[in-house]
Design a protein around this ligand. Sequence first.
Ligand code: SF4
Ligand code: SF4
Length: 75
Amino acid sequence: MPAMLEIDLDKCTGCGDCVEKCPTQAVELVSGKPSVVRPDECDYCIECEIFCIPGAISCSFEIILADPGDIPKID
Ligand code: SF4
Ligand code: SF4
């Protein structure tokens, strides 16, 4: 599953800036609060995180560790 942005509804003021800035219409206000209504459209551009003044949105990133046996040796 791809990484998904997190929205802290306690911090959110419902201003709608994230909806306005989202280039793919992945996020919409539902009953006055943002919701990722089209997750397949989210390209993880982090515009919503950048423009959310209260810091209610965080786009965390998955860290994928390589299998130690697959790591090329450094000479
Ligand atoms: S920009 Fe931030 S505060 Fe405004 S609606 Fe979106 S998540 Fe809520
Ligand atoms: S990360 Fe980008 S595409 Fe995804 S909801 Fe936020 S603004 Fe929209």
